[in-house]
Design a binder for this molecule. Structure first.
Ligand code: URA
Length: 370
């Protein structure tokens, strides 16, 4: 399956390359040249391919062989950039990060990054970098971590050693913009073997508050493991699967920590916090409690254990870029018991530290420091 999808991705690139070249071939058109014929033949093949092709596709990460210290050949996975136009640009401005390839040396600044943790709030991502610095023995007491994106207030970014911590705001549009620029940043920096983990909060279904859910698949509000996106007026469907092995490794880490309940389950990603998640306490609600509970029970029966608002596009974009990815969210409440997040502030603060602890331990272990 991956092979077929890889071929399709390749043909996509060939198609875009040839149509870009068509401009250059224009003189031969008047003479009915063979160049134009070839372009049109390619277009026809492409249209047929699109009609019969599979609608969801995942790109394999592009990889290169390298020799390890003991002389063994291992594969190095680079970012699979699904955009041929970028190669033709002299400079790439990552506007929402206030960074650019013309003004910043990406390989020097970010080339050693191996782990990227993303989460909604800037202050939580700053707290995470201080925590991970301490855990990896890279911090010093009272050390302040500068915001790499200080030139903008859209997103915040912090780095310590091989770990990058980036905020993404709330909802699919916000995390999507951040991920476009993050993936390009990692590509321009020539990073390899990257793991990206979203650490966040969510509403649980049938779990005690404070439980941590490691996402198996992100599903939409109809429980399908897909993201529907409109591109050039057409709906495209993208896969929202996540790395199964990474999820299992994180689960093992949680067992080793042994401090809080952790499960692997599906995560429902919605477009909204209120009606989209079946709440009764928004400004608008045109259903009753019975209908709400039936919906949440159906979600539970389909394998959903928590609800949040970013995982689908996160999974889809990481899939297309060939990056290993996971979603680890704590549940702030059990939605079968209510809608309002009413636990005391200190309890919520402790809950929010759980995904950080788990992912911090995973990074430590991966670096042989646990
Ligand atoms: N985030 C969500 O999207 N939903 C919740 O219920 C809690 C956090």
């Amino acid at each position: 399956m991956r092979k077929i999808l890889g071929v399709r991705c390749f043909l996509d690139l060939v198609f875009r390359h040839l149509t870009a070249r068509a401009e250059l071939w224009r003189p031969s058109r008047a003479k009915g040249g063979r160049g134009l014929k070839l372009v049109w033949q390619t277009l026809v093949v492409w249209e047929i391919w699109k009609k019969v092709g599979i609608k969801t596709y995942m790109a394999p990460g592009s990889s290169k062989e390298k020799k390890s210290d003991d002389g063994q050949a291992t594969k190095e996975n680079f970012i699979n950039l699904c955009n041929p136009h970028l190669e033709k640009m002299k400079e790439d401005i990552l506007y929402h990060f206030a960074l650019g390839t013309g003004t910043h040396d990406f390989p020097t600044l970010f080339g050693d990054v191996k782990f990227v943790c993303v989460g909604g709030s800037p202050s939580r991502m700053k707290a995470f970098i201080a925590y991970i610095a301490e855990e990896l023995g890279l911090g010093s007491p009272g050390c302040d971590y500068p915001n790499i994106c200080a030139g903008t207030d859209r997103y915040a970014m912090y780095k310590v050693g091989p770990v990058l911590s980036v905020s993404h705001g709330m909802g699919i549009p916000s995390i999507s913009i951040m991920l476009h620029e993050l993936i390009k940043l990692l590509y321009h920096a020539k990073c390899s073997d990257i793991t990206i983990i979203r650490i966040g909060t969510s509403g649980g279904i049938g779990l005690e508050p404070g439980s941590v859910v490691i996402t198996r698949q992100s599903v939409d509000a109809t429980f399908k493991p897909q993201l529907e996106q409109v591109v050039l007026g057409k709906t495209v469907i993208r896969s929202t699967n996540l790395d199964e092995q990474l999820a299992q490794e994180l689960m093992q880490c949680s067992k080793e920590i042994g401090q809080f309940n952790t499960v692997i389950g599906n995560t429902m990603c919605t477009l909204d916090f209120y009606e989209g998640q079946g709440r009764l306490d928004g400004a608008i609600c045109l259903y009753d409690e019975e209908e709400k509970l039936q919906y949440l029970k159906n979600a539970y029966e389909s394998g959903v254990r928590n609800i949040e608002m970013e995982s689908s596009v996160f999974a889809a974009m990481c899939n297309l870029s060939g990056v290993k990815a996971a979603v680890v969210c704590v549940t702030l409440l059990n939605r079968l018991e209510g809608d309002q997040i009413s636990s005391p502030h200190d309890v919520l603060v402790e809950y929010q530290q759980r995904p950080q602890k788990l992912v911090g331990y995973f990074i430590k272990k991966s670096l042989g420091k646990a």
